[in-house]
Design a protein around this ligand. Structure first.
Ligand SMILES: Nc1ncnc2c1ncn2[C@@H]1O[C@H](COP(=O)(O)OP(=O)(O)OP(=O)(O)O)[C@@H](O)[C@H]1O
Length: 241
């Protein structure tokens, strides 16, 4: 992302009203348990954790250990028992300040929308549904595409993009949310070396801005030092390590 987009995003930020939280932590959870209706067995089991503001945390663990489930609870996409505080509030209260990047496989990529319009939808949370994106938002979207090497594909239908291009498209859209807290579910899935570098550059700019990032990833071996902390989940519980 260029310096232009950072300053553009900063000036574009709206006022979230309830988000001037007194809490030093970005996330606090206490005994969070969550289950999917279809199975009934807990996918998360009594998870307690604290993430400081500005921290970059990796969530690791085997397939099925509960990483995505935890991110969904934090993003207010799944009911849970226990307590969660996001920026000092219950999940869902500070929607403007929380950006969620789902796993690529959870989207319908055959939906007939061009890449540029898809990325532009990242501005909707701050704009609200009644305001249409204008020149400013289109410029920010174009800059986000450029920063992730996607400009040549801007007019393409999203289903015609490669897996790695779709992954970068998701991140470009998420960055336009211009949030305080980023919940990223495997942002490095299917990306090559070059794309990985572009994604890290974007994440480093979030770090410079003081944003908090919680990232589910399997891609930790070579990138340990890029995180402030690594938290391991095991069968829905935080592993004592
Ligand atoms: N939609 C769903 N319906 C029913 N069970 C689910 C659903 N999604 C996940 N689960 C179950 O919840 C548990 C935790 O899954 P989750 O997707 O959170 O794991 P994960 O650590 O993100 O795995 P991966 O590394 O494979 O993405 C698993 O047992 C999984 O089978």
């Amino acid at each position: 992302m260029s310096k232009g987009i950072i300053s553009g995003l900063l000036s574009y930020r709206g006022n979230c009203g309830g988000c001037h939280y007194p809490d030093a932590s970005a996330i606090r959870t206490e005994g969070v348990t969550a289950r999917y209706a279809s199975t009934g067995t807990p996918a998360l089991n009594g998870v307690s954790l604290c993430v400081k503001r500005g921290e970059r945390l990796a969530l690791v663990g085997d397939n099925g250990s509960g990483k995505s489930t935890l991110l969904k609870c934090l993003a207010d996409l799944l009911p849970y028992e226990g307590e969660i505080r996001i920026l000092g509030h219950r999940p869902g209260v500070c929607r403007h300040e929380v950006a969620y990047l789902p796993q690529r496989s959870s989207l319908d990529w055959e939906f007939p929308i061009s890449l540029s319009r898809f990325v532009l939808t990242g501005t909707y949370v701050r704009l609200g549904w009644l305001r249409r994106p204008g020149r400013e938002q289109r410029t920010l979207a174009a800059q986000a595409l450029d920063s992730l090497g996607l400009s040549p594909y801007a007019g393409r239908q999203i289903g015609s993009l490669s897996g790695g291009q779709q992954q970068r498209a998701l991140l470009a859209r998420t960055l336009l949310h211009d949030a305080e807290l980023y919940l990223l579910d495997e942002p490095f899935n299917a990306v090559d070396e070059t794309s990985r570098g572009l994604i890290w550059e974007a994440l480093d700019r979030l770090k410079e801005r003081g944003c908090t990032v919680v990232m589910a990833t399997h891609d930790i071996a070579h990138f340990m030092d890029r995180f402030d902390r690594v938290l391991t989940l095991e069968n829905g519980c935080v592993s004592p390590d």
